[in-house]
Design a binder for this molecule. Structure first.
Ligand SMILES: Nc1ncnc2c1ncn2[C@@H]1O[C@H](COP(=O)(O)OP(=O)(O)OP(=O)(O)O)[C@@H](O)[C@H]1O
Length: 615
């Protein structure tokens, strides 16, 4: 459990808490793998050693898939293609030259006669994997969600077709043979161990955090400065590296193979293993491989028929794939997050040793600055949501935006946050942000919360805030300490290690504010921050916002229907009706403005709200 201390620890930790925890988790899984290797090495026969070697190779490939699909939430059917490319590249690079002259007579000269050792070939394959990852990822990741998943399927088919068509290099659909079989148990165990470390640690890097945040809520992630395309590309490239490393080992493990070995069957097996274990964690990938290999080894014995309890079984062709398919369906049905859920081992997080001190460093104060809307309009097929609005907001002030339902308040706020593009006019935030997009606005100091809360439910409460802190603080340990400080401010430190999904409604709203503040913003844009809160919670929120403003001198712009909150907290009130600004002044002026009363306060209840005096 994370504990908070009031002051920052004197000695800086060797590694940020998240990495220490990840490292220990990975070491625990590596220990199990090494012990399994040792057990079959000492006590198992050659057949058992081959099973564990194969399991370690598959583990490397499944971890590759997990790095991408587990962190981004996008299923990939294409990773078998990476395994195939790694296998063929290794086969060509390591095949003895004499054999090449007979088996691959038409091999282009630049590919011929290298005769590399396995590890030299692996190094080349890894470089190749980065290039192939960048080349395939850049166009693929322009798509989103299910279209991206379908595109990975297309990639699998394209690579298969290329392997079959490139006869001079691959022998087409004929078996590619003559690859030296240097990869044994320990090579596979070592490479799989490195893949385990990489997969477990990647989760905690800023790319891993960003990819997971975007998987949970893409708009919410952009609002805390996450560039999801870059994060996904990083995950894709690393996953290609792991999958191609698995392919390199597979080539030398099998010695002979054909394109069919890296097609739908393998793609399905990799996915089945990951889904059975649990897609979202490296623990899931690890467990999935162990469970499915054990099941497959047992089932395989019955595939060719045999006698069980006196009964003669028929030959059951495809029994293993069938059992895997049923296992996958059962898991998806009964346990959608896989056998091992979507949490890592988190060995250190469970103990006191992972305490993170809240940063004592005072957060930066916003300098003078402004956010301005210049003749801003936004139309939606026939509806003019915002109509020619010109407004300017300064730091060190709190402005309330009020107006009837559907007046255009949220649309205006979305444009000020770079989340919605104006149909006409422009937004200036006091510094250049290049192509306007929400993540660039967030990094430039425009933080926001949403009317419908957009936290990252599958991440912990602390991770929710660290994602934001990392966008402005490259040092992870410092980002953790800053995130802890914001959690403590919002009274959430006791929940730091819990999944955010478990928070009650009011606490989720607070978490969203803590997350926004971790961006060290110049402006904080809040869309109905008190919605759904009771009077006590609202009063606490008002006190927190007033304290934040006093401490940091930031500009706060909030949309709110709770007039008591607006009148108590805001120095300026902007009233919007039918997309236009109809009043802009002090709360007292708004209360007595006849246009406001006429346009906004038709009903008696609303008038009663408006008449609420400041406490
Ligand atoms: N994505 C969209 N597509 C089509 N119409 C939209 C879209 N977003 C907003 N609108 C329309 O624009 C108008 C203004 O909506 P907006 O949500 O900005 O108002 P609001 O003042 O925030 O309302 P509320 O107080 O109910 O949240 C409404 O008529 C709404 O239906």
């Amino acid at each position: 459990m994370v504990s908070v201390t009031a002051s920052e620890t004197r000695s800086r930790p060797f590694l940020p808490a998240a990495f220490r925890n990840a490292f220990v988790d990975a070491l625990a899984m590596v220990a199990v793998l090494v012990l399994a290797g040792l057990a079959v090495f000492l006590f198992g026969g050659a057949a058992m050693q081959r099973v564990v070697t194969y399991a370690a190779i598959m583990l490397t490939a499944v971890l590759g898939l997990q790095i991408f699909s587990g962190n981004t939430g996008i299923v990939s059917f294409g990773h078998a293609a990476f395994v195939g490319l790694g296998a063929y590249a290794t086969g060509i690079l390591t095949m003895p030259a004499a054999l090449q002259r007979t088996a691959l007579r038409d091999l282009p000269p630049f590919l011929a006669g290298h005769e590399l050792s396995f590890f030299a070939a692996l190094a080349v394959v890894l470089v190749l994997a980065v290039l192939i990852g960048l080349l395939t990822g850049t166009p693929l990741l322009r798509l989103s969600g299910s279209s991206m998943a379908i595109a990975t399927l297309a990639m699998l088919i394209i690579v298969y077709t290329l392997l079959v068509a490139s006869r001079e290099i691959t022998r087409g659909s004929q078996p590619f043979y003559g690859v030296p079989r240097e990869v044994g148990l320990w090579t596979a165990v070592v490479v799989a161990s490195i893949a385990l470390l990489a997969a477990r640690l990647f989760r905690e890097t800023s790319f891993g955090l960003a990819a997971r945040a975007a998987a949970d809520d893409e708009r919410g992630a952009a609002a805390v400065g996450v560039d999801h395309r870059t994060a996904r590309l990083a995950a894709w490239v690393l996953s290609a590296v792991a999958a191609m490393a698995a392919g390199a080992m597979m080539a030398q493990f099998l010695g002979a193979f054909s394109p069919r070995d890296f097609y739908f069957d393998l793609g399905f097996t990799l996915l089945a293993m990951l889904i059975v274990g649990g897609m979202s964690s490296s623990l899931g990938a690890f467990a999935g491989v162990v469970v499915t290999i054990v099941v497959v080894e047992v089932v395989r014995r019955f595939e060719g028929g045999g006698v069980v309890l006196g009964f003669q079984l028929p030959v059951l062709f495809g029994l293993t794939q069938g059992v895997l398919a049923v296992a996958m369906i059962l898991v998806i049905w009964r346990r959608p997050t896989g056998l091992f859920g979507d949490r890592e081992l988190d060995l250190l997080r469970r103990s006191e040793s992972a305490s993170i001190a809240a940063s004592a460093e005072p957060p930066r104060r916003a300098g003078a600055g402004h956010v301005a809307a210049d003749h801003l309009s936004r139309r939606y097929a026939g509806v003019v949501a915002v109509d020619d609005v010109t407004l300017s907001f300064d730091t060190d002030s709190i402005t309330g935006i009020i107006g009837p339902n559907g007046a255009g308040k949220t649309t205006l706020l979305n444009m000020l946050a770079g989340d919605v593009q104006p149909s006409a006019g422009s937004v200036s935030i006091g510094m250049p942000v290049g192509k306007a997009s929400a993540f660039r606005f967030a990094r430039a100091g425009i933080a926001r919360t949403f009317q419908n809360i957009r936290i990252f439910p599958r991440m912990t409460v602390l991770e929710n805030v660290v994602v934001a802190a990392r966008q402005v603080e490259p040092d992870l340990a410092a980002a953790e300490a800053a995130a802890m400080r914001e959690l403590a401010r919002m009274g959430l430190e006791a929940f730091a290690d819990r999944p955010a999904a478990g928070l009650a409604y009011g606490l989720r709203r607070r978490l969203e504010v803590a997350r926004a503040l971790a961006l060290k913003p110049r402006f904080l844009l809040l869309d109905e921050p008190a919605a759904g809160m009771n009077a006590v919670e609202t009063a606490e929120l008002v006190a927190i916002l007033a304290a934040v403003r006093a401490e940091r001198r930031i500009g706060v712009i909030l949309i709110e229907h709770d007039m008591r909150l607006v009148m108590n907290l805001c120095e300026r009130v902007v009233v919007i009706d039918h997309g236009r600004v109809i009043a802009d002044g002090t709360p007292a002026e708004a209360q007595t403005n006849p246009a406001v009363v006429a346009a906004y306060l038709g009903s008696r209840t609303a008038r009663a709200h408006m008449d609420a005096k400041t406490d």
